[in-house]
Write a protein that binds this ligand. Structure first.
Ligand code: SF4
Length: 352
């Protein structure tokens, strides 16, 4: 079991970040905030996917107008992303935002102080989002990022502001991991994790999984955003996958599915896709099946043996399937009946 770093517990709208609060799933909308209808649609879709905190970009007063509309429609905590114009933080707080993200690399200290004062008065938490691309670089990226962050954190504390969430992002896995490790030694604020500007495709996902995974494995990290040049719903899916893979959260049943090989005589690729979608739908209706281990194996020779630890599973044979529970074969079925029988039994687990 991963032992999480001890942190403060910060309230963000209706949820908490840090300490014993579940590591939360974040994403950011990718539509101008002033375009209310498409934005509402995207927020709604992100919530449906499982986002627990949503950040919106605030560029001007037009964007501010959308905040109360979103607040009226959704209960999910909303974060205003502020760069350059510190006054937008005030307007966002006035409009009902739950948290403000500022980039101290592009906001002057005296302006940051004004944000801190208002946020303290209104009990609004602030994420100090440090990005390697927007801090003054002198010597080396890592050292400069950490010392700049440490200075700003101390500045907030000197101004009696402690409702902080911290992120130190770079586009590089090792620099990001080291930055979080270093800053974790000097403060106990919760951390928002991510590899910034990771890009798109496999490499971007690998960078995020590695960077975030290494830190989570050390107990570092309290809320996550996987940043991808992809649809925001994918960010939510990947974040949930990382958390579930490290057994830090459970969003769906554990599905063990073999890669298939020359022994496989059934179309396992299609079957596992179909079963997985149906299992996930089932888990919405019967959340208790999230605790099950389910196996979808290509052949009956190795199937039940390799997946002994599964609660329930199927394994392909010659135009037929076997159904097994906890390593024991229950029966043999053709391709039509296996689906019926499997889900009948799964439903029983759900109802128990
Ligand atoms: S379970 Fe059977 S089909 Fe799947 S990888 Fe193992 S041997 Fe191959």
């Amino acid at each position: 079991m991963i032992k999480r770093r001890k942190t403060r517990k910060i309230k963000v709208g209706s949820i908490y970040i840090g300490a014993d609060a579940p590591i939360s799933v974040q994403s950011m909308t990718k539509i101008p905030t002033s375009l209310q209808q498409p934005l509402i649609k995207q927020v709604s879709s992100l919530i449906k996917k499982g986002a627990e905190i949503i950040r919106i970009a605030i560029l001007d007063k037009e964007d501010i107008k959308t905040i109360p509309i979103l607040k009226k429609k959704f209960s999910i905590p909303l974060v205003a992303d502020i760069h350059f114009d510190y006054r937008l933080a005030f307007y966002s707080i006035e409009a009902g935002i739950d948290k403000v993200r500022v980039n101290p690399g592009n906001i002057k200290r005296n302006n940051l102080k004004e944000i801190l004062n208002m946020a303290k008065e209104r009990k609004i938490p602030i994420r100090l989002g440090f990005n390697s691309g927007s801090i003054p670089l002198k010597n080396d990226l890592l050292g400069d990022l950490v010392s700049f962050a440490a200075d700003i954190i101390h500045f907030c504390e000197d101004n009696n502001y402690f409702d902080l969430i911290i992120s130190l992002k770079t586009p590089f896995v090792y620099a990001t991991v080291e930055a979080y490790r270093n800053i974790s030694k000097i403060c106990n604020y919760p951390f928002h994790l991510g590899i910034t500007e990771a890009g798109s495709g496999y490499i971007a996902v690998s960078k995020s999984v590695m960077g975030i995974g290494l830190l989570l494995n050390e107990g570092i990290g309290d809320t996550i955003r996987v940043s991808l040049t992809e649809k925001p719903e994918e960010e939510v899916e990947w974040t949930k996958s990382i958390l579930q893979s490290l057994e830090l959260r459970k969003f769906e049943p554990e599905i063990i599915s073999c890669p298939t090989c020359g022994r496989c005589e059934v179309p396992l690729y299609n079957i596992s896709k179909k079963f997985r979608n149906k299992i996930i739908l089932f888990s919405k209706r019967y959340p208790s099946i999230n605790n099950l281990k389910i196996a979808l194996m290509g052949c009956s020779v190795n199937g039940p043996g390799e997946a002994k630890q599964a609660d329930i599973g199927i394994a392909g044979g010659k135009k037929k399937f076997i159904l097994f529970e906890k390593g024991l074969v229950i029966g043999t079925y053709n391709s039509e009946n296996i689906e019926k029988e499997f889900f009948k039994r799964l439903e029983k687990y759900g109802k128990n």
